[in-house]
Design a protein around this ligand. Structure first.
Ligand code: SF4
Length: 348
């Protein structure tokens, strides 16, 4: 038996909020009436209540996620319309425009979760050591925040939450008497290059996105980048009661590729320098004075160019990120060789 009301909720026009909310409540009421009164499996939860769990890829590879779509979040849309806010660079909008099936599932989730509370007893254990809440949008109501608390309560692993709307969670935590112990919740800074100033007392981490120019000029430590969350875990393990609020900084996604390209360019210059040295050595062995002189000049030019590149503050920032492992390099880029040539003090 499938929850037909939940399935067809997506057919209601997005601006008919009254009809969507009524259908969401009817869908959850139907689930309560028909589902067995116990913790459901992930598939059962979808059948009885219409909520999809998303298998993620890329940075979130191996981390199941529950969430909604930014296309139907009034808060996300308002932030995205402001060019000074980080949401004007929203990667989720671009991705969801290409993935109709995923987009529909997230919209259905959002319509149900923001309007109707699914009782705690039914929420599935996703049997994962890490679960992500809202990877394509943000919380839209106190009911939705309450649902995510139920999700967390059902998990044995850690649950990571990012939000620019702490008020919804604040209200939900007050109603239930605190946040779930396994929930790490972070405040996403609304502005590019500017860490959120006022943090709720329950915030475990604060997450800010920087562009390359600012990160380089202000020597901001970029601590999140091309790594996989399952290997890193910094945000998911953050706990303000142990060591205070964790500060996490990310490089603007659209600049992560160019950061790698900066490092590759330095490495290429190292290879050029080494090849020129070899030609110089061969010319000296052959006692070819003319060629030796020419090669010595090329080696000198190459070494000077390399030092100029390494001293450039943006390239130095990219090398720092590569050293810290927060931008992922191709396996053939040998950072140790780069540092041997430029001297590590350039990027210290
Ligand atoms: S810091 Fe680590 S856990 Fe946090 S978002 Fe970045 S990769 Fe994921």
């Amino acid at each position: 038996m499938k929850n037909r009301i939940a399935e067809t909720i997506i057919d209601i026009p997005a601006d008919n909020h009254a009809a969507i909310n009524a259908a969401a409540r009817a869908a959850v009421a139907w689930g309560i009436e028909n589902a067995p009164a116990r913790q459901l499996s992930r598939a059962e939860f979808k059948n009885w209540f219409g909520i999809s769990v998303n298998a993620m890829s890329g940075k979130l590879d191996g981390v199941p996620a529950v969430g909604s779509s930014q296309a139907e979040s009034a808060g996300c849309q308002a932030l995205a319309a402001d060019p000074d806010k980080i949401c004007s660079h929203c990667y989720a909008a671009a991705l969801l425009a290409l993935r109709a099936g995923l987009s529909k599932n997230l919209q259905r989730n959002g319509r149900i979760l923001r309007a109707a509370e699914i009782p705690a007893i039914y929420w599935p254990d996703l049997r994962a050591d890490m679960v992500r809440v809202e990877s394509f949008s943000d919380c839209q109501s106190v009911t939705m925040a309450t649902n995510y608390c139920h999700l967390a309560d059902a998990q044995t692993g850690r649950v990571g939450v990012w939000t620019k709307f702490p008020g919804w969670y604040d209200a939900a935590f007050k109603i239930r008497g605190g946040k779930p112990a396994n929930m790490s919740i972070g405040i996403s800074s609304a502005y590019l290059n500017q860490q959120a100033a006022a943090l709720p007392t329950w915030a475990d981490f604060v997450f800010t996105v920087y562009d390359l120019q600012t990160a380089a000029a202000d020597r901001v430590a970029i601590t999140c980048g091309g790594r996989k969350c399952r290997e890193c875990r910094v945000c998911y393990n953050a706990d303000h009661t142990r060591g205070g609020v964790t500060v996490v900084n990310e490089l603007l996604k659209s600049q992560q590729l160019s950061a790698r390209a900066h490092v590759r360019r330095v490495y290429k210059q190292v290879l050029v320098l080494q090849a020129r040295r070899e030609r110089l050595a061969a010319a000296e062995m052959a006692a070819d004075r003319k060629e030796s002189k020419r090669c010595a000049r090329l080696v000198k030019n190459s070494a000077e160019k390399l030092q100029r590149m390494a001293s450039n503050e943006i390239t130095a920032a990219c090398l720092r990120m590569a050293t810290a492992g927060v931008i992922k390099l191709d396996a053939y880029v040998d950072l140790q060789t780069v540092f041997n040539e430029i001297g590590k003090q350039v990027v210290a």
